[in-house]
Every structure is written in C-alpha cells, then in structure tokens.
Ligand binder design. Structure first.
Ligand code: ADP
Length: 263
C-alpha cells in the first residue's frame, strides 16, 4: 500500500501534465492558424480596394477620359466608393483593437430606432438590388425610443445587413427581412436572410473575434471575422443582448434586444 498510493498520485500528476500540455499545444496551434487567416484576409481586404484605386487613378490620366465627363464621373465615383470601403475596414480593425484595452466610448443620445433602421435600409437598398435581392421591413415597434450611440448602433445594423449580402446563396434571390417590435420593456430588432446559413456547431463561435466559418471554396467571401464580435460588444455595452438562429441552406436570423428609454 505504501508504494501503490504515491505511485498512483505520481501517475495521475504525470497524466494531467500530459493532458494540459496537449491542450496548450492545440490552443497555440489554433491561435497561430487564426492569426495566419487574419493576416491573409486583411491583406486581401486592403489590397483589393488599393489596386482598384490605383487602376482608376491611372485611367484618369488618359486624355480620352478627360474629354468625357460621364467616364470621368464614373471613375471618380469608383475611387470614392473604394476609399470609403477602405476607411470602413480600417475603422473596424481599429475599433476592435481599441476595445481590448478599454470600454467603447459611447456618445449616447435619444433617438427613434425605427427611424435609424429605416435610414440604414434606405442606404442599403441599392446594394441589395445590385446583388439580386430585396429588403422587406416591418418596423412595428410602437415604443422605439432608445438611448444609444447613433454611430455604433447604425454600424451594428449595417454589419448584419452587409453579412446577409456577403453570405447569400449565389443562385437564389436574397430576401432580407428587417423587423422591430416590443417585448416586455424591450425594443426588439431582427435581421433575417435566406442565405447559406450557419451550421449548428458553429453558431456559438461566430461572435468570437477572428472566427470565420471554413467553407473551403464554396464562396470566396473575404472578411476579418471581426464584424460579429464588434456587433456583440456594442450591443452588450448598451446593456442589450443578441442571439442568432440559423439553418444551413435556409438562412440566418439575428435577434437584438435593447432597453427602451423610460420617460
Ligand atoms: P466576417 O464576415 O468578416 O468573416 P463576421 O464576424 O461578420 O466576420 O462573421 C463571422 C462568420 O460568421 C463569417 O465568416 C460567416 O462564416 C458567418 N456569418 C456571419 N453572418 C452570416 C450570415 N448572415 N449568413 C451566414 N453566415 C454568416
């Protein structure tokens, strides 16, 4: 007995150390993979607009373009759009790196959620149409006064709609449905698509920083895996909640609950 007990303790300690080492190695490997994916995606996201801008700038030098106001306007429009896209991407990365160090500084103000959402729907309509889709909105919340940071909450709605376009099924007409309603003392917002959907086992992970569902060559959509981490962070900083429901090949629905402003 004297021998057996210490040797059992020794064996279990050894086994636990072994298991811990394996876990640490796997974590490290996962982190390295995520870092590499992130750098690859970021390079792509920055390179594409930069190449387009430089190509467009070269075209402006062409004397034929100088003579045609239509062509000139078209090219300067492209430069403008791509610069905006670049700025939005830089902003997203900056905001996320800032969030690690500090709480988001929110410039709170009173506003009507239905108005804010219909504004985003309006600016987004053209993009959805260009991607062979339509937006249906049912802004039915009777009480919609919220006390929020307008820029961040607009970004949240924008990010969710942008994902609906990014992850649409290529062969299917995109139908993006946006709703607001009241449940107890909350303002509820849902943004639903009929896109590629997310597998059940990946649903929890989509809110993690840098997480992207691996779809192989199924769709060549690039991103940082930061959008949903940002969305969740902003909603929680506003004392709200966000959840996601999804079925593969059927679609995805994000549901947000935000506190209403009590008067
Ligand atoms: P990104 O789009 O930059 O990859 P996000 O954080 O916005 O990052 O999303 C994380 C992952 O969740 C995406 O890579 C995608 O696989 C999945 N996802 C997000 N929104 C949708 C959606 N509406 N439909 C299907 N998959 C989605």
């Amino acid at each position: 007995v004297n021998f057996v007990v210490p040797s059992m303790v020794f064996t279990s300690v050894l086994l636990m150390t072994f298991i811990f080492t394996i876990i640490i190695i796997f974590r490290q490997k996962k982190l390295t993979e995520m870092k590499n994916d992130f750098v690859n995606n970021m390079t792509h996201e920055f390179k594409t607009p930069i190449s387009t801008i430089s190509l467009a700038a070269q075209m402006l030098k062409d004397p034929a373009v100088g003579k045609s106001p239509t062509m000139f306007n078209h090219i300067s429009g492209v430069i403008n759009d791509e610069t905006k896209r670049l700025r939005f991407q830089v902003e997203k990365v900056l905001q996320m790196s800032m969030f690690d160090r500090q709480k988001a500084t929110l410039k709170m103000k009173e506003l009507d959620a239905n108005d804010l959402i219909s504004g985003v729907v309006h600016t987004f309509a053209l993009k959805v149409e260009q991607n062979n889709g339509k937006i249906e909105s049912f802004l039915d919340a009777e009480h919609a006064t919220i006390f929020v940071d307008e820029m961040h909450i607009t970004n949240v709605v924008f990010n969710l709609m942008d994902n609906a376009v990014k992850y649409k099924k290529p062969e299917k007409e995109l139908v993006l449905t946006v709703r607001t309603w009241n449940a107890s003392d909350k303002l509820m917002i849902s943004i639903e698509d009929n896109g590629i959907g997310i597998k059940r086992e990946n649903l929890k992970k989509v809110f993690e920083k840098f997480y992207r569902v691996h779809t192989g060559n199924l769709h060549d959509v690039k991103g940082f895996g930061l959008g949903l981490a940002y969305v969740k962070k902003i909603i929680e900083d506003h004392h709200g909640t966000i959840k996601v429901e999804s079925d593969i090949d059927v679609g995805t629905k994000f549901i947000i609950a935000l506190p209403l402003l009590k008067k």
